[in-house]
Design a protein around this ligand. Sequence first.
Ligand code: CFM
Length: 539
Amino acid sequence: MSIDPRVVKEELIQIYPKKLRQKRSEQIVVTEHREDGSVPEIKANVRSSPGIITQRGCTYAGCKGVIIGPSRDILSIVHGPIGCSFYAWLTRRNQTRPPTDADPNFINYCLSTDMQEENIVFGGEKKLKVAVKEAFHLFHPKAIAIFSTCPVGLIGDDVHAVAREMKAELGINVFGFSCEGYRGVSQSAGHHIANNGLFKHIIGLDETPHDDKFKINLLGEYNIGGDGFVLEDLFTRCGIKQIATFSGNSTYASMANSHTADLNLVMCHRSINYVAEMMETRFGIPWMKVNFIGADATAKTLRKIAKYFEDDELSARVEGVIAEEMAKVEVTRSVVKARSQGKTAMLFVGGSRAHHYQELFTEIGMKTIAAGYEFGHRDDYEGRKILPGLKVDADSRNIEEIEVVPDPERYRARRSPDQLAKLEGLTEMEFRDYIGMMPEMDDEQLVIDDLSHHETERLLEIYKPDVFCAGIKEKFAVQKMGIPCKQLHSYDYGGPYAGFRGAINFFKDIDRMVNMKIWSYITPPWQPPTKELAEVAAD
Ligand code: CFM
């Protein structure tokens, strides 16, 4: 199929009014590797336009739902009207497993102040205090987090003052987040706000040392569909001590103690790179980007960790685990690849998965023909090296930038600059860096930021991909068009998809979707007659 992506781009945006057309044309890019090593610039992390059906969520969802929510023993209270509290509960498939029945697990609870008109007019702080005290007496948690929804910011309730007062009165850690839905252009702002809160209120509170040799934290892994369980098992088998995960299957205590690790592994950089940066500056812990999505990617990541620790025994153990797991992967992968080779996929998800999951498709011979993030920033598309040139826009200025300096007592550079430079000389070892989606894609493919519903429909009509990856909001609209839709946020109740075991699950699930006959029995609206692109271009 030879479709000119530039013609498709024009087709997608031609329906828009002139100003919007101009904006969207900067958010839709045709991939290309230029001679100087750069990729085209894309406009990202800007406001969605009114009237557009976007896939995005709000800042509160990013703070409460994504970053803090997966932690099982921080009690989360949503300060706001009850509607917002749909997100106070498990709308995301982050799983957790308390070691015993006696260990607290608040994930299933939904706590809201249920603000009423009266609170909007006269203020909601009193109600919030009552709620915090009531929650404390019911659950006796070690920590309570308060999340602000839009009205809280509009009427000026001071959740931080309430948190301070309650902390003093109850003797537990209470902290608030100014994560009103409108704070940023998407959930991405909520990630940043939550990162700041983790750093200010939790990380570094517990000094308990560990005498394990290889101590890491895993950042940006939220245990969706049990991904984190697979990785915990891998680390244990390799002899690597995982102090904390931010924040899948995590506890408050593990995060408080996370600064005792010697390396931070960053899985989803979009949501958590701020914590990695701040921990390096204050405590001297280097960070590196990893990817556990894809069997080859997992093997590569484990080898990177072993290289960092420069220990023969660890390397041998890691190689043993890789060999054992890869043998199992190969059995499924070769069968699925034979059937799926050459099929096409589109991925429009969040802020990192639309990139990471391309690996899994590549491993079974499938090609990504269009991809994009809902709320990624330019560095997620183009690579972290463009960050210094990025200008801070008006929306990002709403988010506090905390000043971090080395801790006078606790800063300990885990590796000297010379050691880091030596490690960086090795293949595939970089610190404080990630490559971005576009450099890893083939040329002449479409990359689209903040894809709209109209663009989704046109893309599907024109390309008819074998699978479209997105979320629940898109799923059934896409499937009604006769194209299987794989949810990459929730995994369609499936998964885990991380690590070797996860890759096997993914290959099997995708095999079922792209090689199942049922889709060919559905007559999509474009058949007959098919409006081919030649006609579109001629219009
Ligand atoms: Fe990171 Fe995520 Fe994602 Fe994300 Fe999300 Fe998610 Fe996602 Mo849904 S933290 S950016 S805000 S990998 S909830 S686990 S799937 S949009 S691509």
